[in-house]
Design a protein around this ligand. Structure first.
Ligand code: MV4
Length: 452
């Protein structure tokens, strides 16, 4: 096992990883920016080292600085968390070169799955269903328009290096195609220095269903069931749950086996997520593979009883999976609400500031993953997520009741948060019926959406 792990992240996920290390008896090293001297991850780790000024590109994205910190502190492995360098193939490669274990898949796999049109092709060849659309990427508006006619409108125009909705446009017909294609491509060139685009048939009001997988270094792969992340706002997930109200045991088996096949097709290693779109007729299509631990991993932990961060560490250290697919049983229902420092009535504008008082709920099946405390000053430099409230109940209805109770008890004073907005979602009839899709917030909370 590793003798020391450096955590190349901040906030709640850094705290989450430090705790897993401590439970495993592994000393942890926090890295922190000048804005995070008093942050919980800095205080909680066994050791901490400053890696630069507040802006992310000078600190949490500064590869040389982080690798130098790992060498100086004699860390044998780096856990990248999510965001920042977690899906940066170059960083994973530099770790390999420095003989430091990157807790995640190989640089080559990160690179291959980061190229979405190539991932689509790889999955097609492996017999994984993808959204009907173009086999090859496109570069010019002329060849793209021809392909769109063959696919049939409406079509989704996507950037091969995209993600999170960047470089993505819908086109409903030839009259709006050229402009949308050019805008999407321009966004991609600006954002990712890549003009590679691809086209898919547009799937209307789908659900976002993702399967968690674990894969060891010896070719063993298991899936841990799905998460339903359909409730999003501008491609930011708002709340997530496991299992999905839309998925029967038969469909779970079929999608889970497909997710395992997808992971095996690329020789995947460590924890990963296969994202699917699920349409109204319950057809599912591969969208992307995420090669990191995700924000919403706790809902999977609650229904499987596993600790995904510990599994990641064991896998990276070369241990074989301690389970087979038959060992994995799903129990009850879990929901996670992301509590952000933002103002829902001001278009969800981020509102950093000083937290003057915190009271967290507790009790049977209530979990809080957070880095906040009373008198904590939220730096304005990073994302606005403050706390994840996760509940586990015996079924969906009791999980919803528990979440409403827990949200009602949670107090965060001194700043604006989306706590009441989350409570409204949990109280909505459509949500309670499990009737959700990616347009849920636009459909039922349009007053918060400023027309979008
Ligand atoms: C789609 C789609 C409909 N049809 N692709 C959004 C982000 C990126 N990962 C893929 N996305 C979508 N791709 C086709 N062919 C609809 C979305 C989409 C979406 C997907 C998941 C969760 C929320 C979403 C919100 C809007 C659009």
């Amino acid at each position: 096992m590793f003798r020391k792990i450096l955590i190349a992240n901040r906030g709640e996920i850094a705290v989450r990883i430090i705790r897993a290390c401590r439970e495993m008896g592994i000393p942890s090293v926090a890295v922190y920016s000048e804005a995070d001297r008093d942050s919980l991850h800095t205080l909680l780790a066994d050791e901490a080292i400053c890696i630069g000024p507040a802006p992310s590109d000078k600190s949490y994205l500064n590869m040389e600085q982080i690798l130098a910190a790992a060498a100086a502190m004699k860390a044998e492995a780096i856990h990248p968390g999510f965001g920042f360098l977690s899906e940066n193939a170059k960083f994973a490669e530099l770790c390999e070169k420095c003989n430091i274990a990157f807790i995640g898949p190989s640089a080559e796999i990160i690179h291959r799955m980061g190229n979405k049109s190539e991932a689509r092709k790889t999955m097609t060849e492996a017999g994984v269903p993808v959204v009907p659309g173009g086999k090859e990427p496109v570069y010019t508006v002329e060849e793209a328009r021809k392909m769109a006619e063959e696919i049939g409108y409406p079509v989704m125009i996507k950037a091969s290096s995209g993600g999170g909705g960047k470089g993505m446009r819908i086109s409903y017909g030839p009259e709006d195609f050229d402009g949308n294609f050019q805008n999407a491509q321009m966004e991609s060139v600006k954002g990712f220095s890549d003009d590679t685009m691809y086209l898919e048939k547009y799937v209307e009001r789908p659900r976002h269903i993702e399967f968690q997988i674990l894969a060891d270094k010896y070719g063993h792969v298991v899936h841990l069931g799905e998460r339903d992340c359909s409730i999003q706002r501008r491609h930011q997930k708002v709340l997530e749950e496991a299992p999905s109200a839309a998925i029967s045991p038969e469909l779970r088996k079929k999608m889970g086996e497909t997710a395992v096949r997808a992971a095996k097709a690329v020789g995947y290693e460590n924890a990963g997520t296969i994202e699917f779109l699920l349409d109204k007729d319950k057809h599912f299509y591969f969208m992307e593979m995420n090669t990191r631990i995700q924000v919403e991993h706790p809902v999977t932990e609650m229904v499987t009883g596993l600790d995904l961060i510990k599994e990641q560490i064991r896998i990276a250290a070369g241990e074989p999976l301690g389970m087979t697919q038959d060992d994995i049983k799903l129990h009850g229902h879990a929901i996670e609400c992301r509590i952000n420092a933002e103002n829902p009535s001001k278009n969800f504008m981020p509102c950093p500031g000083r937290i003057t008082n915190v009271h967290v709920p507790g009790g049977n099946g209530v979990r809080i993953d957070s880095h906040i405390y009373s008198d904590y000053q939220i730096p304005p430099n990073y994302d606005s997520m403050l706390l994840k409230l996760i509940v586990h109940g015996s079924d969906r209805e009791s999980a919803v009741a528990k979440m409403r109770s827990a949200l009602g008890e949670l107090v965060i004073e001194g700043i604006e948060t989306n706590l009441d907005f989350q409570f409204e979602i949990l109280s909505h009839e459509a949500y309670q019926k499990g009737d959700t899709n990616t347009h849920f917030i636009q459909t039922y909370f349009s007053e918060y959406c400023g027309g979008k």
